[in-house]
Design a protein. Structure first.
Length: 318
């Protein structure tokens, strides 16, 4: 019986390998055929197919990331870095590396490629802004004031006895000092919760009430604030893994200080919008996940992440 199972596993692996090999071979064959037929690579055909749109950016990104030549030339590394890249430098690098001819369609190709790179740079801008916030530790009076603001929005009828107290548990922090729960997310964790609460206080309080569990079975609770911090961390991971690129296509790199303030607000508006939707999705997953107690949080959160990726990371999600 054991040998039979091993044989089935072996045959399954062989079939998967053959299917993968055949798939890659067919893809290469199709690419070769189109190149011979049109004299253009997939990247060139995409960029000269008409006016720029977000779907074009999706296709161009895929073509760039899958190109071995562009990986070796440093283009992929520049785009996937955690800071904004020079659009002009990357554009020139792509044209040179791919040996794109300056034919009659080159002006259209260059214009579309520039717009695609500007779109892709939006995620780099977002990563830089969000990482700066994550590296800010909970240390100053402003952060402390915002923490008290969070309490006042969520529990407007109750007064905290002090900065360090057990009452913080009532809005879903683990201990008597909420600052310890922000490790790994820094100021971004506090910012996410506060903006979520401020954007719609009544709705935030409804989520808090539901997080406490049903009357008579308070073990079916989830920690509201800690859950929000984990959702923010998960969202920042998706952004850094470039699974949320489309959400940031409208963000442009700027140099002027005043423009940078507007740019930062634009990035955070997108982030907060996604965060609100993610929190609502988690609450839905919690209610439909039939938790026995808070110990089911990990299981339900894993299911929530799968649904979130499916809903928010697709090309048609924005």
């Amino acid at each position: 019986m054991h040998c039979l199972c091993e044989m089935k596993l072996f045959l399954h692996n062989v079939v998967c390998f053959v299917q993968n090999f055949i798939g890659q071979y067919i893809t290469l064959l199709v690419k070769w055929f189109w190149y011979k037929y049109t004299g253009k690579t997939f990247l060139e055909r995409t960029l000269t197919g008409g006016a720029h749109n977000y779907y074009m950016t999706d296709c161009v990104a895929q073509a760039i990331f899958e190109s071995r030549m562009l990986q070796e030339s440093g283009v992929v590394g520049s785009i996937k870095s955690c800071s904004p890249f020079s659009v002009n430098y990357v554009l020139t690098n792509i044209v040179t590396t791919k040996r794109i001819k300056r034919s009659a369609s080159f002006p259209l190709l260059e214009r579309n490629l520039r717009l695609c790179l500007i779109n892709l740079n939006g995620t780099n801008v977002a990563i830089q802004i969000l990482r700066d916030m994550k590296t800010q530790t909970f240390v100053n009076e402003l952060h402390e004031a915002e923490l008290f603001d969070l309490w006042n929005v969520m529990k407007p009828q109750d007064t905290l006895p002090g900065r360090i107290c057990t009452e913080w548990n009532q809005i879903g922090f683990q201990g008597t000092d909420p600052s310890t729960d922000f490790r790994g997310m820094g100021y971004l964790g506090l910012y996410s919760l506060l903006q979520f609460a401020r954007s719609d206080p009544a709705q935030a309080r409804i989520f808090l009430k539901k997080s406490l569990g049903p009357v008579g079975n308070t073990m079916k609770f989830y920690p509201f604030s800690c859950c929000g911090i984990q959702i923010g961390f998960f969202l920042s991971q998706l952004i850094e893994e470039r699974k949320m690129d489309r959400w940031f296509y409208t963000i442009e790199q700027v140099e002027d200080k005043r423009a940078k303030s507007v740019q930062r607000s634009a990035v955070l508006d997108v982030y907060n919008n996604i965060f609100r939707q993610l929190f609502a999705l988690f609450d839905e997953c919690w209610r439909t996940g039939n938790p026995e107690s808070v110990m089911d949080f990990g299981r339900i959160f894993d299911g929530f992440k799968e649904k979130a990726i499916d809903r928010f990371c697709g090309k048609s999600s924005t």
